[in-house]
Design a protein around this ligand. Structure first.
Ligand code: HEC
Length: 105
């Protein structure tokens, strides 16, 4: 492969990585939440029967919890969260956290 193409590809790769780590997109998070999380955590993120409220929580804390459920570091009794986060990418988690952090407590 020609060096210039290699350099360009490397640059594009790092650019893409930078975008992925740029934090959460609340609008994308809202879309994800409306498909899944609201079933248990409520439409406004205020929680419900045995389900904690997420609205207005610290974004970093939320990401930590989602990652912990996914890695198995944090377990929940019925395994509901472990099951839910299975399909989520790191970007999804960041987006969800950004969204819930913007909701009013
Ligand atoms: C099937 C029901 C269900 C669904 C769907 C669900 N959750 Fe949960 N969630 C729970 C329950 C129950 C708990 C409490 C578990 C525990 O004791 O750790 C919880 C806990 C959490 C916590 C930890 C809160 C805290 O105070 O530490 C976060 C964050 C969370 N959920 C986010 C989400 C997000 C984001 C989604 C959507 C991708 C989601 N949940 C979907 C039931 C659900």
């Amino acid at each position: 492969m020609n060096t210039r193409i290699m350099i360009t590809l490397t640059f594009v790769f790092f650019l893409a990585c930078g975008t992925l780590h740029a934090g959460g997109d609340a609008a994308a998070g809202e879309e994800l939440a409306s498909m899944d999380c609201i079933d248990c955590h409520g439409e406004d993120g205020k929680g419900g029967d045995g389900t904690p409220a997420l609205a207005g929580m610290d974004e970093a804390y939320l990401v930590e919890q989602l990652k912990a459920y996914k890695s198995g570091e944090r377990t929940d009794e019925g395994g509901l969260m472990a099951m839910t986060v299975e399909e989520l990418s790191e970007q999804d988690m960041a987006n969800l956290a950004a969204y819930y952090a913007t909701l009013e407590k």
